[in-house]
Design a protein around this ligand. Sequence first.
Ligand SMILES: *Cc1c(COP(=O)(O)O)cnc(C)c1O
Length: 493
Amino acid sequence: MNYKSTRGSAAVSASAAIVKGLAPDGGLYVPELFPTLGDAKSFIGLSYKERAKKVLSAFLRDFTPEEVEHCVNAAYTAEKFGSEEIAPLCRINESTHILELWHGPTCAFKDMALQILPHLLTVSMRKNGIEDEVAILVATSGDTGKAALEGFRDVDGTRVLVFFPRDGVSNIQRKQMVTQEGNNVGVAAVEGNFDDAQNGVKAIFTDAEYGAFLHENGIVLSSANSINWGRLVPQIVYYVSAWVSMTEKGELLEGEHFNVVVPTGNFGNILAAYYAKKMGVPIARLICASNANDVLTEFIHTGVYNRKRDFHLTISPSMDILISSNLERFLYDISDENAEKVTAWMESLKTEGGYRVDSETLVKMQDILWAGSCDDQATLSTIRETYEKYGYLADTHTAVALRVYEDYVKKTGDATKTVVASTASPYKFGQSVLGAIADSVPADDFEILSAIERKSGLPVPSALGELRNKPDRFSMTCPPDKMRDAVNTLLGI
Ligand SMILES: *Cc1c(COP(=O)(O)O)cnc(C)c1O
């Protein structure tokens, strides 16, 4: 089984799709065929790792079983994720099960994919005859950079370099990055905002002369972008695993369907749930939850995608996105793989700032997806109410999902059991979370961690608590037009 582009160009192997990231025609790679899973029985009793091996093997057809095993075993360890469960479920009431995707080293769900991507990538490079060392270059507004640093640290054949906007990340986020351990990591602050950092990285990627210079030094650049198939496929696993675990515990009867609610930004996480449904996981409704940046809500309600709107900075920053890249894969699928239509929509998004899908596509989309959004005020009140009612402390992103789910139940009366994807530890966005449940919030980030611990009884994740006493390793600062020099310095060339 190979991977073809959503815009029509020729298919390539799984490993080539992972090495390339983006297809040469600008489209995204999707499998030519979706494997089917069979019933839950064949997964029952298996550990998360074993479940992951079965799902990944079905997609990565040019990987040997040993290669898949190597990748999975290196990524999903109890040491990194706190227990062998990896993605535990927590039932808060009759119908609501929270799928916690944040037990990895950086306390947010990006770890589910970025812990395994470096291994998928290095295996894929070897299989495609690339002998250069791969240098991952990341511009980050906070979370992705840290997750990439943790994922790639000390992985043979890789380097990872992260640029963050000097004045655009929280103190804890900065500390997480500049104290990063590992022998193949580098971090620099850019004197500018996130766009400056991102534009600088893009300029480096598109500079052919510089690429040739790096190649002479045995280095090839790559990104750990969320459109890479190697980031998407590991996300399918936890929806399969949630289904199996609920069946195991008797929470689901054989053949019983459940809903899934996902706090959505780039549409990667919810797309993985859709793919799990295609493979046979009995998912009824997929509920797409957005914050005040409600471009997807409007799209799912009307069929009109319009990015020309105000951008809101919210307390759920990882969902502050106006272009949801992975939506392209979903549209390709529901338009019966019509590459021509998809290309026209994406072209229009680029040139006109939006597009309208035909009514047939709209009906199909609405058959699968339900969408809602909520603002910061509603997010905070949901954190407080969920805590008071169920003793469960949700982060700001998870709270958006919980609120939209509540609206869904009010509007539809649907009592189907539901899995809510929880994408960050409440400690990760502690200032907002504490503000929702306490009368006052200390100014110091580490005081906030202690205050949440005292109030909730949940232990501070050690990865965050330990930061306080960790020495800084990186102090480099550079202007946006000197990022190439910074790359050379960090690579030692
Ligand atoms: C990245 C992220 C999201 C959005 O996920 P997508 O796959 O981009 O839709 C939601 N919550 C958190 C905490 C994230 O880091």
